[in-house]
Design a protein around this ligand. Structure first.
Ligand code: SF4
Length: 347
């Protein structure tokens, strides 16, 4: 009997890891304002929206499909649409509105590191976001030169390690969870070597605008971190929550994260007691406690969102009269040079 020829030996083909679904959804985000309006059944010209191509060039539109699905079809005043649509009003220079409204430049303490408040270091992890919010106080931030990831983590981690007075690191951006999970792990592995760190805080809008980001890899990374982790979300309106967001937030809580929300008080988005109460109640139903309600940071291009202080205080007073205390966020403003967020107080 003739022995069978041995099967040919092939060198193993290295497996290419599949692209996580959230990254595909990220790439599918809408970037053309007219496409966004068409999806919502709105006409850019006839609608009298004040759409601005110049504003879209200065700060491009970006919005994931899942967030568009939460906008009201045919409503040019939809509070989610208003947060992302580039408008003529952004291009009108306004006195008192600057490129760096919160003094980030003066507080730089290393490559991608900002020191403002005692005990805390804020790390500009990346300049990328899944959504571009028109009122963003970092819309003019020089991310190309100032992100810790772009420069390699070493500079930022060394700056944090060199200051034993820092016990909390805040991952910010941009949105830190726009980084791939292995890249996040590189950073936290390096930070884990810094003995004086006791807490990690993550400021992110991704679980709200692209809940698919909260995948198994992110949860495994989160669960393995050596510090208590607080995730400060950013939602401005109750309509930003849906079942997919609820499920993502439940997964984050299951991984041990404390969930807080910070919102910005925005004219035409949430400047009513009903809208603010609904935001607190909807967030709480999803396991998120309200933390801050920020007065707008006066960055160029955002003036049309501003709510006067007296109106903000009246809204806050009425909110406090309506809701349980733990559902009432602190009404604050960031003032460059202050040792913490400055509360707005009644006269
Ligand atoms: S997600 Fe945050 S950092 Fe990004 S554009 Fe919106 S407000 Fe700015």
């Amino acid at each position: 009997m003739i022995p069978a020829a041995p099967a040919p030996q092939h060198a193993p083909v290295p497996a290419t890891p599949p692209t996580p679904r959230w990254q595909q959804l990220w790439r599918d985000a809408v970037r053309d304002p007219r496409e966004l309006l068409a999806q919502l059944g709105l006409d850019a010209v006839a609608g009298g929206l004040g759409l601005s191509d110049d504003a879209a060039v200065q700060f491009p539109l970006r919005v994931p499909q899942g967030f568009i699905a939460r906008m009201r079809h045919g409503d040019p005043h939809d509070p989610l649409l208003r947060q992302v649509l580039p408008l003529d009003a952004e291009m009108q220079p306004m006195p008192g509105f600057s490129l760096d409204a919160v003094g980030d430049g003066a507080a730089k303490a290393g490559h991608g590191v900002i020191r403002k408040y005692r005990g805390r270091a804020l790390l500009i992890a990346t300049g990328s976001c899944a959504i571009h919010c028109r009122y963003c106080f970092r819309r003019h931030f020089p991310y190309a030169e100032e992100t810790a990831a772009a420069a390699g983590w070493r500079d930022a981690v060394d700056a944090i390690a060199a200051d034993a007075g820092i016990d909390e690191v805040i991952l910010s951006g941009g949105d830190p969870w726009s980084l791939a999970t292995p890249k996040l792990a590189e950073l936290t592995d390096a930070l884990a070597q810094v003995p004086h760190l006791k807490r990690l805080r993550i400021h992110t809008r991704l679980p709200v605008v692209l809940p698919e980001r909260v995948d198994e890899a992110l949860l495994a990374w989160l669960s393995a971190l050596p510090w208590p982790v607080t995730v400060v979300l950013h939602a401005n309106h109750a309509n930003e929550f849906d079942p997919a967001v609820d499920a993502a937030l439940a997964r984050l809580r299951g991984a041990g994260a404390l969930l807080l929300n910070q919102a910005v008080l925005l004219r035409g988005v949430n400047d009513s007691v009903d809208a603010l109460a609904a935001l607190s109640e909807r967030g709480h139903a999803a396991g998120v406690l309200p933390y801050y309600l920020h007065q707008l940071d006066r960055v160029q291009g955002s003036a049309h969102f501003e709510v006067p202080d007296d109106v903000a205080l009246q809204l806050h007073r009425e909110l406090a009269a309506r809701l349980s205390g733990y559902l009432v966020p602190k009404l604050v403003r960031e003032v460059a040079g202050d040792p913490g967020k400055r509360p707005l107080t009644y006269a």
